[in-house]
Design a protein around this ligand. Sequence first.
Ligand code: S3P
Length: 439
Amino acid sequence: MRPRRFAAAGPLKGRIRVPGDKSISHRSLMLSALAVGESRVTGLLEGEDVLSTAAAMRAMGADIQRTGEGEWLIHGVGVGALLQPEAALDMGNSGTSTRLLMGLVASHPITACFVGDASLSKRPMKRVTDPLSLMGAEFTTSPGERLPLMLRGAAPAVPIEYRLPVASAQVKSAVLLAGLNTPGITTVIEPVPTRDHSERMLKGFGAALTVETHVDGTRTIRIRGEAELQPQCIEVPGDPSSAAFFIVAALIVPGSELVIENVGLNATRAGLIDVLRQMGGDITEQNAREVGGEPVADLLVRHSVLKGIDVDPAIVPSMVDEFPVFFVAAALAEGRTTTTGLDELRVKESDRIAVMATALTAAGARVQETEDGLIIDGSGGEALRGGNNAAIATHLDHRIAMSMAVAGLVSAGGVEVDDTRPIATSFPAFEALLDGLVA
Ligand code: S3P
């Protein structure tokens, strides 16, 4: 364990750049590893989760080399040509690696064993074993359809039409990636839109993929299998989910004025910014542009008096990873903030509803846990005053550690986080960036 106390240290001023997008980084390695020829990726997030994906793609035959900071060269094997890995694929803490790679393996004639850490081994996999079984893959799982599990891919796999029972980009992507090496057309019907990086990048690599949006917002995504992917040069935009910690910190620490450069603003990811603006957050986009086929801008964020809000559950998928730090913003707002429809948060790296309720309460916030969300009565900008000095339990969850670090910046006595090591899964430079700003 690596504990650390985060305490108030004055306004956040200056310019920072956040690391590459985690979702896009995973996908860029996977698709490059399936394209015949050399792909080049810049701005890749070099966090542990993405490195787990890189190691797994290497174990299945791709040549993946780091040539500089965030710069990677990948020689792919071709769709259908993944090799049998010789050892278990260690997914570490990464749900995205696990679920997307299960999709890839499901339509290849290989058998792979997936293992992960204590957090990942508690997370539900039935949501991917269900559709992938329909495509012909076979599974031997640990009780509760969890890791460790063994997957025997189907060759050939069977194309399916699958309606997503949960709003999950990982499940959608698993089925689409399995569809890449499945004869015919694989169809995913998505009643609630989730992040669309897989669709964008599959098209960019030359897969025949169409998206039809119906009047009620439902999306039908079709991919033609036995695809031939063309190698690409990809520039990964900055991760809005990493920027989120600094956006909230600058909004709630008095006197702050911070520019966060190169933030991806794909509409399927930008819900936090919309909600914070509705609460009165002063966030301005500068230098709007496109990076790697995704909208990007620099964000100027100034300290603001936030007002509590009822968060519309329809916005949840576009800020699903940002709730832990959003709860910190709500804890500093004037009045009550209510969130509902957050059931999915209970099956992330930790139960983020319960863990944040406990953590914020210990830090001195007024929080009530419900079945599917939190009700938070904000301090109206007053520093949090926790009655107990015990370390916050992060439960191997990077976003809990970083959110509570931000809470520490607005806490009278500081906040002790029990273990900062999980931060390296998504944002290895987080502490250095924060320390640099307040120095
Ligand atoms: C991700 C999808 C989301 C998100 C995760 C990354 C992805 O998970 O929470 O951090 O890259 O597809 P779900 O699909 O489970 O919502």
